[in-house]
Every structure is written in C-alpha cells, then in structure tokens.
Design a protein around this ligand. Structure first.
Ligand SMILES: [Zn+2]
Length: 273
C-alpha cells in the first residue's frame, strides 16, 4: 500500500517536472508506461530506454511537423548554420519553437548580417517557446508563451585570437553580463535597492568564458540590434538601459526597458513580434 502511494507521488512529480521542462515529456512518460504495460516490459532499464526512445522520436520526428500545423516552427538545431542553438539541450527540451514570422525575421537578419557586412558572425539563440498552446509558460520566463518571443546571445570577440567568439559564454546562455561602466545608468543596482532580489539572480551562475579573454563587441552588437529593430516584424527588443544608451538606441521606441520584475538583460537580447 505505502509502496503504491510513494510510486504514485513519484510518477506525479516526474510527470509535472517533465511537463514544465519540456512540455511533451509528461505525456510521453504516460504513453511509455501504457506501452510497457501492454507489451509486458518489467525491467526498469528497458522501461527507461523505451521512454527515452519515444521522447527522442517524438521530439525530432513527430513534433516539428505537428507544431507547424499549430503555427510554430523549430529553429535550426545544427551547430553549422548562421542561426545556432546555445546548447543542444535547448532543442532536446523543445524550447526552440517560434512562429514562422519570427523565424523569417531572424533568418533575414542573420543572412543580411553575414552577407552584407564584414560582421560574419552567427546568431546564437537561447530560449524561444514550446511547440504548442498559447499561454503555456516556458519557465522561468515571464513571457515566451506564444511563439512570439526569442532570446539571443550578444556578440563577443576573442581578445587573444582577435576574431568572433563562437563558443557559448555560459552553459545556459544567461548570466554572462556586460556590466554598467562608471557613469552609466546602473539598473541592476536600482532594482536591487527596490527589493527585486531576482533581478541579478543568474549573474555569473553558469559562466564558461573568462572576461579576460572574451569581450563584448560594441559595434557588432549595435549592428545586430539595429537590424533587428529595423525589421518590420519586430515590436519590442529588451536590453539593459546602460546598453541601450551605450549602443545608441536612446531614441528607438522599439528598444525598451523590461521592468525590475524581470531579470537583467545585459547578458542577452530579448526579441518579440
Ligand atoms: Zn526573453
């Protein structure tokens, strides 16, 4: 009896966790348990193997075309093109879906930047949206629930090799902040003073690069934000106020401050339709 109750709670917890992290993982768990029961799989390792196999098949074969039916498309998962994921985990967790209009936007901007300028860098994306259901939250983000939001990494240069830094600066893509310089508006400090403890929560949490080696590229980031802002599909771009002014977007109404209730945006660009 007690074993059954523990098993029930454990399965419920796993279902919720997988749903929150991947949207489809909880349903695949139920499906894999039903199939295990039907084909009489008793071995725990085989059950886990069945779940992983089903999850991967659904994520990479079934979900992409199905999401298209519901108006969202998967961003490229390869590390070779002009638009690359920060980490394969972003795609494994189905956090790389956007509306077609947003995909077209980012595709046009990336090819223009690559072909028409000396700035031959690639656009690294972070969290986007889940494949299905408007209003389904992509935690811990406050928005990212309708296919219209996309986070992008800033562009950095490798100070030692004097070329674009194409590796990720942090494991999850967030937390490698371009801090306010002396004399610039310090919104992280102002938000902390107002009691918004979460504002700088991710800072330095998952850093991979070293600030001595990797430098924020002012002109490349200016060009990137300019191209994003110029695109007619773009409605809002969130970056930290000190970067908005450092990059010269003080009079651009699309480039805005996101509010202290969010997290700081000097480690990434938030783009939305
Ligand atoms: Zn965002």
């Amino acid at each position: 009896m007690i074993r059954s109750i523990i098993k029930y709670f454990l399965l419920t917890f796993l279902f919720l966790l997988l749903t929150v992290l991947t949207q489809i993982g909880g349903l695949i768990l139920i499906l894999s348990l039903i199939i295990s029961e039907k084909i009489k799989v008793k071995n725990r390792v085989k059950k886990v193997g069945l779940f992983i196999g089903l999850y991967l098949a659904c994520s990479f074969v079934i979900v992409p075309p199905l999401a298209k039916v519901f108006g969202r498309t998967a961003l490229p998962i390869s590390n070779k093109g002009l638009i690359i994921p920060n980490h394969i985990w972003t795609c494994l967790f189905n956090r790389h879906y956007v509306k077609l209009e947003l995909y077209d936007l980012i595709r046009e901007v990336s090819s223009r930047l690559y072909n028409e300028n000396d700035y031959q860098f690639r656009i690294r994306y972070l969290d986007a949206n889940f494949p299905f259901i408007n209003g389904f939250p992509l935690l811990p983000h406050r928005s990212h629930d309708d296919g219209e939001k996309l986070d992008l990494a800033f562009i950095y240069v490798d100070q030692i090799q004097d070329k674009y830094w194409n590796d990720r600066v942090s494991f999850i893509g967030y937390g490698f902040c371009e801090e306010p310089l002396r004399g610039e508006q310090n919104m992280p400090k102002q938000c902390a003073q107002k009691g918004y403890w979460q504002y700088s929560l991710l800072t330095k949490s998952f850093g991979l690069a070293s600030k001595d080696k990797v430098q924020f590229d002012k002109s490349a980031n200016t060009l990137l934000v300019k191209q994003l802002s110029k695109h007619p599909s773009t409605k809002k771009i969130f970056i930290e106020p000190h970067l908005k002014s450092r990059l010269g977007f003080e009079s651009d109404p699309k480039v805005r401050f996101h509010g202290c209730a969010a997290v700081r945006h000097d480690d990434h660009i938030h783009l939305e339709l």
